[in-house]
Design a protein around this ligand. Structure first.
Ligand code: ATP
Ligand code: MG
Length: 248
C-alpha cells in the first residue's frame, strides 16, 4: 500500500479506498462491496465528508439504545470489516454488544476470513458462523443468523446493510440502528435510529457517546431515546445532501 500524505485534502477518502481494496485482496470484501463504497462516497462528498449535527444526535441516540439493550449485537459485513475492524471491537466493548458476521453474499471462506480479521483486531467472540436461526421473509442464504446472536438480540446495529435485510430485520420488532450515507436508502428508512454518516466516522462516534453515557441512569438514557426523532434526522440529512448545507 503506497503512503498517502496526511496533508492530502482527501486523505480520509483515499485511505478508505485503500482499505476496501485491501479487503478485496484479502478475501474479506466482495467486489460488489467496491460498488457499495462508491455509492456511499458520492453521498459523503455531498455531505461535506463530515459528521452533520443530525448524524451526531443519531449517534448519541444509538449509544443510548445500545446501553439500554438487554442483548445488543453489531452486525459486520465485508465492507465494515475492511474499514473499521478495531473500531467495531471498541464499540462492542463499550456497549457490551456481541459481534456477528452477516453477509449478503455468504461464503464459508469470507465468513472465516472476516471472523479471523476481527479476532486479529481484538474480538474475543465472533458470532455468525453457526447460522442456526433465520430472519423471516428472506430467502434461505440471506436469512441466516445465529440463534444466540442476532436471533436473540433486541437492538442490532446494521451498518451498510442491504435494504431487504434491513426491512426484514425491522419487521421482527428488533430496534435497528443503521449506518448508511444515503438517507433515502431503504435501510436508512427502515431504521429506528438512522445514522447518516460515513462508517469510518460513525462507529467511533457512537463509541465515544457510549463511553460518555456510561454513568447515565436508565431514565436519562430513555429520555435521549425518547427525544430522538428518526424522521427529522433523515430529513435533515436529505436537506444537507440536496442543498449543500454543509454546516448548520
Ligand atoms: P437500498 O437500501 O435502497 O436497497 P442498496 O441496497 O442498493 O439500496 P447497497 O449498495 O446495497 O444499497 O448498500 C450500500 C449502502 O451503504 C448504500 O446506501 C451506501 O450509501 C452505503 N455506504 C457505502 N459505503 C458506506 C460508508 N463507508 N459509510 C456509510 N455508508 C456507506
Ligand atoms: Mg441499502
Amino acid at each position: 500500500m503506497e503512503e498517502i500524505p496526511e496533508s492530502h485534502p482527501r486523505y480520509e477518502s483515499l485511505l478508505t479506498r485503500h482499505r476496501i481494496e485491501d479487503g478485496v485482496e484479502r478475501g474479506i470484501t466482495s467486489t460488489q462491496g467496491l460498488i457499495a463504497q462508491g455509492r456511499g462516497e458520492a453521498f459523503d462528498y455531498l455531505l461535506g465528508e463530515e459528521t452533520i449535527p443530525s448524524a451526531d444526535e443519531a449517534a448519541r441516540a444509538a449509544a443510548a439504545q445500545l446501553l439500554l439493550a438487554d442483548h445488543p449485537v453489531v452486525s459486520v459485513n465485508g465492507n465494515v470489516a475492511a474499514l473499521v475492524p478495531g473500531e467495531v471491537v471498541d464499540l462492542a466493548e463499550a456497549t457490551g454488544a456481541d459481534i456477528e458476521v452477516n453477509l449478503f453474499n455468504r461464503t464459508a471462506e469470507r465468513m472465516t476470513a472476516i471472523a479471523d480479521h476481527l479476532r486479529e483486531h481484538g474480538a474475543e467472540e465472533v458470532k455468525g458462523l453457526t447460522a442456526d436461526a433465520r430472519i423471516p421473509g428472506l430467502d434461505h442464504e440471506r436469512a441466516k443468523v445465529d440463534a444466540d446472536g442476532i436471533g436473540d438480540a433486541d437492538v442490532v446495529v446494521v451498518p451498510l446493510e442491504d435494504g431487504d435485510r434491513a426491512e426484514a430485520l425491522a419487521a421482527t420488532g428488533k430496534t435497528e440502528v443503521v449506518v448508511d450515507l444515503n438517507p433515502l436508502s431503504r435501510s436508512a428508512q427502515a431504521a429506528a435510529v438512522p445514522v447518516v454518516d460515513n462508517i469510518i466516522r460513525a462507529v467511533p462516534n457512537v463509541t465515544g457517546h457510549a463511553r460518555e453515557l456510561a454513568g447515565a441512569t436508565q431514565e436519562e438514557l430513555e429520555a435521549i431515546v425518547g427525544e430522538f426523532d428518526a424522521d427529522a434526522a433523515r430529513t435533515a440529512a436529505e436537506r444537507a445532501v440536496r442543498e449543500g448545507e454543509l454546516v448548520s
